[in-house]
Design a protein around this ligand. Structure first.
Ligand SMILES: NC(=O)c1ccc[n+]([C@@H]2O[C@H](COP(=O)([O-])OP(=O)(O)OC[C@H]3O[C@@H](n4cnc5c(N)ncnc54)[C@H](OP(=O)(O)O)[C@@H]3O)[C@@H](O)[C@H]2O)c1
Length: 297
């Protein structure tokens, strides 16, 4: 493996509890939702992915665990996330995580997230859920704990009594939600909560033809010339996220795209003007594709 490939793969962000999280996560939701992810996970790991993003809601934790086993890579070299279902499957959150660990064939996860605040909020249990999450971290069943699809208001509720600040907030993040999500992004930065993005490729995969296309194309052209390799629009989107200190959670059925994604971190940086143009053009439209109910949309 060449040096720049190694350095791209080893880029991590530091969490507020001291743990390190690899910048690129391979997701087993969306395209793999309710499907056997064994082969996809095995292939991703064998091509250099070290961070796997699962969830109880994806109904495929057994296959995520099997893919990890089949990859032949020691568990301690990997960073594995799972998420608490919106409606927990057992009376306590710890019991649901134990069910997940059994399915995954693991003793612990590196990161356990509350997938969405909606049900807990409706039932007035958000603070109680977070207390249970804190217990889980204390017992070592999850090395780090965090949330997903939380707005500033949701975070403020749990922070009132929290003894552990969430390490992560995983949210949909791409230029077409930047206009609304910049608020939660700034709040999390201020509290040292790392943002993880999902749906980051939406401008090219789910909403092509939008105002950000021209900026992405010109940045890709400049980066291609500067790096001497072909830089894709997807890499420009991920590079924008990395430069904002955001973890990128993506997925692909294609080895070429997994390799391309992993190399993104080693590309030359976007300029301040390119970053600003992505955000200005992106903010001209608002398009959210996932978990709209958590954001009252
Ligand atoms: N916390 C949450 O509520 C939440 C919600 C949604 C997702 N997630 C997590 O985030 C992960 C990734 O989510 P995502 O799928 O939305 O990520 P994404 O990075 O926005 O999209 C990845 C998808 O785009 C396709 N793709 C990539 N480049 C493409 C191109 N140039 N042209 C056309 N298609 C292209 C890939 O298909 P190919 O197979 O063809 O490459 C893949 O299915 C999920 O698996 C899940 O783990 C979490």
């Amino acid at each position: 493996m060449r040096d720049f490939e190694r350095s791209a793969m080893s880029l991590t962000f530091k969490l507020n509890d001291g743990a390190q999280i690899p910048w690129l996560g391979f997701g087993t939701g969306t395209a793999l939702f309710n499907k056997d992810s064994t082969e996809a996970v095995k292939v991703a790991i064998q091509n250099g992915v070290t961070h796997l993003d699962g969830a109880q809601l994806y109904r495929n934790e057994e296959s995520l665990g099997q893919g990890i086993k089949d990859s032949g890579v020691p568990r301690e070299k990997l960073f594995v996330t799972t998420k608490l279902a919106e409606t927990p499957s057992a009376p306590t959150i710890k019991a649901t995580l134990k069910e997940s660990l059994k399915k995954l064939g693991l003793d612990y996860v590196d990161l356990f997230l509350i997938h969405s605040p909606v049900v807990a909020l409706r039932e007035g249990k958000l603070k109680q859920w977070w207390k249970e999450m804190e217990e889980i971290k204390k017992e070592g069943l999850a090395k780090s704990i965090g949330v997903s699809n939380f707005t500033v208001e949701h975070l403020q509720i749990i922070l009132e009594d929290a003894t552990v600040v969430p390490a992560v907030n995983q949210i949909e993040l791409h230029p077409y939600v930047w206009g609304v999500n910049s608020k939660v992004y700034s709040f999390c930065k201020d509290k040292s909560i790392v943002i993880e993005s999902y749906g980051g490729l939406s401008p090219i995969v789910r909403a092509p033809g939008g105002p950000v296309d021209t900026v992405l194309a010109s940045a890709a052209e400049r980066l291609s010339k500067e790096s001497g390799t072909t830089v894709s629009l997807g890499q420009v989107l991920s590079k924008w996220l990395i430069q904002k200190d955001v973890v990128v959670v993506t997925t692909s059925s294609k080895v070429s795209r997994i390799k391309e994604a992993l190399l993104t971190a080693s590309l030359p940086d976007l300029t301040v003007d390119e970053i600003s143009a992505i955000e200005t053009e992106g903010s001209k439209v608002h398009k959210r594709f996932f978990m709209k109910h958590a954001f009252n949309e």
